[in-house]
Write a protein that binds this ligand. Structure first.
Ligand SMILES: *[C@@H]1O[C@H](CO)[C@@H](O)[C@H](O)[C@H]1NC(C)=O
Ligand SMILES: *[C@@H]1O[C@H](CO)[C@@H](O)[C@H](O)[C@H]1NC(C)=O
Ligand SMILES: *[C@@H]1O[C@H](CO)[C@@H](O)[C@H](O)[C@H]1NC(C)=O
Ligand SMILES: *[C@@H]1O[C@H](CO)[C@@H](O)[C@H](O)[C@H]1NC(C)=O
Length: 375
């Protein structure tokens, strides 16, 4: 497996755990690949401790050529937009007063072809805000309007990361709409909330993970370029969401074990999962600081001399907005006749909190990482 994919997964897990700590009972959702890409671009312009800490937090130790690695991933992932309504925006907006060095511009031109933009926060703040609002709106086909909240940028903003990720899943095997019923979703041991539950019976790759008393299933989207993995505890066993045991044991090694094909086998599954739409705006700054980005956000300590001679340049803010829609929609299910008799029968009823990952099959990068705790 390639080093960059391992690095990106490790960072994804670290940040997921941080976000879960911040939000123990609520839904969590973010796009690891967007954030990794943006921070790796920032690293190209960083030096000294600032560059080192980005490398550490993003687990780049064993990655030989980080920008080239992201160039390959970006180019592969961009191809997905011809199959899905998937938008991944990962921009770095830099104030023009930084007077970016020609070396930085030329070294990032290829690997980060669409990710770097120079704007004028200092002298034309309102115009720039409008420009960013509008370009993100256009790039997400109108889904994300006004992404910049009023206090997210000001005339002192030097470097701004804007991530916007949008996906409407289209399954390889569609759910029948007539099978969707309102069901109680057990948010914890005692309480339920109504949810629209989608149902089908079909063959999927599924497994049991005994160490966390949990089931795992892989649900491919159309054309199999993307899959959603669901980690579902067999029951709500703790006093909160029922996910405590998984969250505790989750790390990059355990995740790669749990999602390994050898953990799973084809089974005829009676599947029930909620229809849902989650829209999340996260502020990852505090989480990233906890993970070890100690210098990058402070004008006194950051070192961006790889991109600019200007002093006191820091990463001013990180805007990260994600929207994911899971519906019945998909292709016609083609079941192989005959195979079904031999198959082991199983059930997966996601009527209580679960963790999910949407992964790119080819590069194994995690596009979305979330937990669904409450409709
Ligand atoms: C910007 O950089 C160029 C060359 O890198 C230099 O010639 C120019 O004077 C700089 N401008 C400012 C305003 O610092
Ligand atoms: C950009 O969006 C923000 C937040 O929704 C809004 O308050 C602001 O007015 C917008 N700015 C411009 C210039 O359109
Ligand atoms: C379950 O969730 C409800 C509402 O979210 C909350 O009021 C209640 O205290 C929770 N019960 C337990 C046992 O945590
Ligand atoms: C992932 O890709 C491989 C080869 O490209 C393919 O054989 C496999 O079926 C795909 N996985 C899923 C779940 O579709």
């Amino acid at each position: 497996m390639d080093a960059l994919q391992l690095a990106n997964s490790a960072f994804a897990v670290d940040l997921f755990k941080q976000l879960c700590e911040k939000e123990p009972l609520g839904n969590v959702l973010f796009s690891p690949i967007c954030l990794s890409t943006s921070l790796s671009l920032a690293q190209v312009g960083a030096k000294g401790d600032t560059a080192n800490e980005i490398g550490q937090v993003l687990h780049f130790e064993n990655v030989k050529d980080v920008p080239f690695g992201f160039q390959t991933v970006t180019s592969d992932v961009n191809k997905l937009s011809s199959f899905y309504s998937l938008k991944l925006i990962k921009r770095l907006y830099v104030d023009k007063s930084l007077n970016l060095s020609t070396e930085f511009i030329s070294s990032t031109k290829r690997p980060y072809a669409k990710e770097l933009e120079t704007v004028d926060f200092k002298d034309k703040l309102e115009e720039t805000k409008g420009q960013i609002n509008n370009s993100i709106k256009d790039l997400t086909d109108g889904h994300f309007e006004n992404i910049l909240a009023d206090n997210s940028v000001n005339d002192q903003t030097k470097i701004l990361v804007v991530n916007a990720a949008y996906f409407v899943g289209k399954w390889m095997k569609k759910f029948s709409e007539s099978e969707t019923k309102e069901c109680p979703f057990r948010v914890n041991k005692t309480d339920t909330k109504p949810v629209q539950m989608m149902n089908m019976e079909a063959t999927f790759c599924m497994g049991n993970i005994d160490s966390i008393n949990c089931k795992i299933i892989e649900l491919p989207f159309q054309n199999k370029h993307l899959s959603m993995f669901i980690l579902l505890p067999k029951d709500v066993e703790d006093e909160s969401t029922g996910l405590e045991k998984i969250e505790k044991q989750l790390n990059s090694e355990s995740l790669s074990q749990w999602t390994n094909p050898s953990t799973m086998a084809n089974a005829k599954v009676k599947l029930s999962i909620p229809k849902f739409k989650v829209e999340k705006m996260i502020d990852p700054k505090a989480c990233l600081e906890n993970l070890g980005l100690k210098h990058i956000f402070s004008e006194d300590t950051s070192d961006f001399s790889g991109m600019s001679e200007t002093k006191g340049v820091a990463l001013s803010n990180v805007i990260h907005k994600v929207c994911l829609e899971i519906t019945e929609d998909g292709g016609d299910s083609i079941e192989v006749p005959g195979a079904r008799i031999l198959q082991h029968k199983d059930e997966l009823n996601a009527d209580h909190p679960f963790i999910y990952i949407i992964r790119h099959n080819k590069t194994r990068n995690i596009i979305f990482f979330g937990k669904f705790c409450s409709p």
